[in-house]
Design a protein around this ligand. Structure first.
Ligand SMILES: Nc1ncnc2c1ncn2[C@@H]1O[C@H](COP(=O)(O)OP(=O)(O)O)[C@@H](O)[C@H]1O
Ligand SMILES: [Mg+2]
Length: 248
């Protein structure tokens, strides 16, 4: 496998009581690569992302970051290794401004004597620089998240995930709740991340998403690896077939 490997899961299984959500699943991701993960509802996509982010412990199997075997005890552990996850429900604080959301829990502070003050000016400046880098347009970093459109909220969630030099970003159905007009902007954002050298895993049901941004696509079926291909070597019809458990 390539020298550019940034993340690998080997033979990962996840059991919830008697339910087998994942069974011996392998996944790999290269630097700057966008990997699409597809599969029917219940195929195990979200569970796999939660294992990669350290939210769930795998029941069996191993994870490797930069080819080193790791044990993740929480999402904080994967964040420290440069991985960020954008969750399906976004988990933004609507009543807070964009800048506060991006820095929630990781605020830049200013030391004055023995005290740490939240540095609002610095936060606003860093937020605006970061939004500009990702080409995200909002009126102001002070705008409240509840005033934003669905697409802008998704952009803020992605901005938050990438504000701390993430090398790997996982996105669970980032376009599912968006109006058609807003989907393109989120896809552009993913392509911008790729240009910045970030590796991305994106779960989506939409073939337009997969075929616009991905380099490679893998399909899970009933908790197992079903098929995978470089995007250029497959077709929408073939991938839709994989989702339904069909291979030629
Ligand atoms: N926390 C959980 N407890 C029990 N079962 C779960 C839990 N999370 C997921 N599952 C089960 O694992 C399977 C895979 O779910 P999930 O990963 O959410 O699928 P997908 O994201 O592909 O729709 C499903 O059968 C689901 O009901
Ligand atoms: Mg899911």
């Amino acid at each position: 496998m390539s020298d550019n490997l940034v993340l690998e899961a080997k033979s990962v299984s996840k059991f919830f009581g008697t339910i087998t959500a994942l069974q011996n699943v392998d996944l790999h991701l290269n630097k700057g690569e966008v990997l699409g993960v597809v599969g029917d509802n219940g195929a195990g996509k979200s569970t796999l992302m939660k294992v990669l982010s350290g939210l769930y412990k795998p029941s069996e199997g191993s994870l490797f970051f930069d080819k080193e075997k790791v044990t993740l005890n929480s999402p904080r552990d994967s964040q420290n290794l440069g991985l960020e996850m954008v969750y399906q429900d976004l988990a933004l604080a609507g009543n807070l401004p964009i800048g506060d959301n991006i820095f929630l829990g990781r605020e830049p502070t200013r030391k004055v004597g023995p005290f740490n003050f939240l540095d609002h000016k610095k936060r606003k400046q860093l937020t605006e620089e970061h939004l500009a880098k990702l080409k995200i347009n909002v009126k102001s970093a002070d705008q409240k998240v509840e005033e934003l459109s669905g697409g802008q909220r998704q952009a803020v969630a992605i901005a938050r995930a990438t504000a701390f030099n993430a090398k790997i970003v996982l996105m669970d159905e980032p376009t599912a709740a968006l109006a058609v007009k807003e989907v393109g902007k989120v896809l552009d954002l993913i392509l911008n991340l790729k240009k910045l050298g970030v590796s991305v895993i994106v779960i989506s049901h939409r073939m337009d998403d997969i075929f616009t941004v991905c380099d490679r696509v893998m399909a899970l079926f009933q908790g197992t690896n079903f098929a995978q291909s470089e995007l250029k070597n497959t077709s929408r019809d073939e991938v839709i077939g994989w989702i339904m458990g069909k291979k030629d």
